[in-house]
Design a protein around this ligand. Sequence first.
Ligand code: SIN
Ligand code: CO
Length: 432
Amino acid sequence: MTAGQAARAEFRLPPGSRTPQFAMQHSYPISGLDPTRFLREHWQKRPLLLRGAFDFKQPPISAEELAGLACEVSESARIVRERHPDGPWRVSHGPFSEADFAALPETHWTLLVTDVEKYLPELRGLIEPFRFIPDWRIDDLMISYAADGGSVGPHTDEYDVFLLQLDGEREWRIGGLARDAEHLPDIDLKILKHFEPEQVWRVKPGDLLYLPPGVAHYGIGRGPCLTASVGFRSPSHREILQAWCERLILDIPEAARLEDPDLALQENPGEISAAASEQFQRIIQARLAQSPLAFKRWLGEFLTEPHPILDETEEPTLDEPAFHRALSAAGTRIERLPGSRIHWQRCGDEWILSVNGESWQIPEELGEAVKRLASQFSLRADALPSAPQAGELLWRLYQARAIRLVYFSRPGIPHSGRVDFRRYALTLTGLP
Ligand code: SIN
Ligand code: CO
């Protein structure tokens, strides 16, 4: 954006601004991706470029709306400038202001906003086509806007990613595996010191690129462009063991302590005897052994730890009678609260429902309702399979801040506590 254009930057309502009350998400159909073949040949193995995978009539978010969102959110928004007067590759964090955008040069900068689907649930439609991979592996939708020449430098990511070109063109330079490669010193970003592209692909709107973890890549805006990334998560072995042990520790009585009533005389007081070492091992093994049910309950709790964004959403305000009244009103919808997670597991005949870091055992009759609630982010309340205890379960989910109700408080006036992040957009001229 030039200085003259910057002077014209102002807040305004986005054209045709959408009604915020219902997160109606239409899924964007994807063509040419065969999930079975993809999992066999590419997932966690090698990159895939799919031309024309999506057919957008218009990008699902504009650069102006993305810039407007970046003025509302803090940690989720970053601007990377390759040629900053203070040095190369400077990163600044949101929330940004109109003045920040006005001060940007014409080229070589990128705005990145993570967790976009949590702020704008209707954009979940961009994640839907990838839900042949389980939800517990999915992390977020990031959207970036690059000015001409803008990029975040050559780098690797720790996680799998689908990169979807929404608007404009981007050149992807793809290298080999570079997990332990050296990075440029004294920079907030992890930029590879050495990068040799093996392939160069220029993508257009609708093209899709999949990259497994550890593959070096470098995406450069060729003209202004918008790119969406569906990112995945996979806990490290350290995180898994740490979380499991932390949980186990809570179940161990404080008074339980090493005891050695059969201590045998030993020749040298400095030795840790084999018997002592075996005793430690026995304690650890005995404490690690858990029933499958206890293990699965923990796993559900671990994998449904909510995203911190949940703290920014509204607190439940309805009391139990008001909740049930709203639930049974005509047209009420059940929406997942952004940042919350719901997963289920079977353990023999038992059903385990895990919600925002808590696990509950639930009766068999609720199985169908649970499957629906865990797989749909927005559904009509009257579309839920009716089971006698369903209302009670929904009340529990509401209290656990997993769902909210969108209902008509008066005829024609939908009620939702949702913040409309599209209520304004920055006017940036010269964007695609
Ligand atoms: C971007 O969207 O600018 C960067 C995405 C990536 O390289 O992972
Ligand atoms: Co990347």
